[in-house]
Design a protein around this ligand. Sequence first.
Ligand code: HEM
Ligand code: FES
Length: 360
Amino acid sequence: MSTSYQAIGWNRQKKIYDRIIFGFCVTYLSIFISSNLIFNAQVTFETLLIRSTSTLAVLLLHVILSIGPLTRLNKKFLPLLYNRRHLGVTMFFIAAIHGLFSIVQFHSLGSVNPLVSLFTSNTRFDSLPGFPFQALGFFALVIFFLMAITSHDFWLHNLSPKVWKTLHMFVYAAYFLVILHVMLGVIQFETNPVFVIILFVGTTTLIALHVLAGTREVHIDNIKFDLETDGFVKVCDVEDIEEDRAKMFCIGKERIAVYKIQGKLFAVNNVCKHQNGPLGEGKVLDGCITCPWHGYQYLPHNGQSPPPFKERVSTYDVMIDGTTVWVSPKPYPEGTERQGAIIAISSPVDKKNSETLILK
Ligand code: HEM
Ligand code: FES
């Protein structure tokens, strides 16, 4: 959460995470290079560099794209999401080494400018086995570059979360380009089917994870709340919500997170102002609703980020009748103060904090 440009602050968790990424990359490259040297002594340094970095970049790309659906399916993966941008920038640098060395290796020895040669040395667009696959890799690399240079929150604020998010959705276009780049390239220089098999497993795993997570989201969105009284919708029982946690409800077009905090229920919009993270999957830290993705915070009673931050989300009315929770899906303007609903004595935990019961 920043009000102006701030250099990246490396906290302990980020440092550990970066060391793991670095250790993984070094281990992968060492194993790849040494096993190639053992089994294929004729291999050149350039080929080794091009192949080890390209396969590592593709592996990291699969991990990056798996993190989103994995966190939707299991909250244990949230630390990966929190640090995903470091992984993305690392992947870009590794892919850039591959691209750069490929251009040097295959396009720098002639009289034509290497970049011009990349697009003009092969123009067999009508041939599948001879397709100029390198251009596809180039366009994927451009997308990764744009994502890497705009990954800091400074750009998120300046471009607006909507534009930033749209730009970053292009990662799927880049993934598609990479798959075509590898498949059409492999046809030209590789007889071993292992590349195709690995890619097939990677792609199907990614598709399966996205379908699974998507189905779960759609299921939550499609829960019907038709018991309406005076504009309020019956959503759940007080006991269904854990202390300092929330339950998320999609009522009409509104995604609402209902939090239980110190004997009260508060309802705020579920969509975080940072990158649309699900506030209802977060928890209460220091009295604030804390987004599970990157830790943006909001005060439960008014949806405002604590000063000096300026983010705000909508608030909603919530009521308790007996032990039943009712929510009004009509949003108040972002940052509007709401008193919340006081939980009546119903469980030993709630007993401590409860006052009176708010009825409809
Ligand atoms: C300027 C951009 C790029 C150029 C010029 C380029 C060029 C090449 C070339 C010439 C090959 C065949 C290498 C060989 O004979 O072994 C290749 C293969 C490959 N490329 Fe790229 N590439 C680019 C971008 C990318 C990107 C962005 C990725 C993925 C993130 C990628 C992933 C791969 C993979 C996995 C292979 C197959 C394994 C290999 O042989 O290296 N490439 N690329
Ligand atoms: S989406 Fe990043 S903090 Fe909420």
